[in-house]
Design a protein around this ligand. Sequence first.
Ligand code: PRP
Length: 217
Amino acid sequence: MRYLTFALAKGRLAKTTMAMFEKLGITCEAMKDKETRKLIFVNEDMKLKFFLAKASDVPTYVEYGAADVGVVGEDTILEEGRNIYEVMDLGFGKCRMCVCGPESAREMLRSGELIRVASKYPGIAKDYFYNKKFQTVEIIKLNGSVELAPIVGLSEVIVDIVETGSTLKANGLHVLEEICDLSARMVVNPVSLKMEQDRIRRLIADLKSLTRAGGNA
Ligand code: PRP
């Protein structure tokens, strides 16, 4: 039997995924060591490999078949636009993609003024403003702490993830428009889905039973 390889977005998504897998008897003890700097972990008995990757790289590993299966946020899947199959909503990591800014920007959005939009997700921002709202904007790509942009005058608004809303609140910003709901998704390489159909479909079925029973929290 060949190894089935999983690419997990490192951090909270990987931890929640492994907690879910553990409920199905899929374990990887070495991954629980908080001190470890290892990036790849093996369960020899089950012929499984898990590796931790930067979220935005997970769809790339899966598209090229370096991983058969990936777990990553819907935001990253939408932004990366890779040739992968999205097979399951894992039901955790729930948040929203929103246009945010100071209250004063609300009118600018409504009147369709040429505004600047800062985001870690230029693809999602472009699709929203150009294809859904038919509004011309200037998009500025940032890599983090995007809430800074409207505060220091880089942009009028941002397109970003809102989970609890506490980052916005702490910085005097508001949700001005909602783009979509997001959550953690399981993605699969199209060839792997054919070659390892039984193992992957069984895993999806088990995970679906677990989420139905509320075991994904
Ligand atoms: C994300 C996101 C927001 C924040 C939202 O940032 O980009 O800034 O979390 O969460 P909240 O609504 O619960 O406050 P992240 O922590 O990933 O850091 P980054 O902006 O530096 O990428």
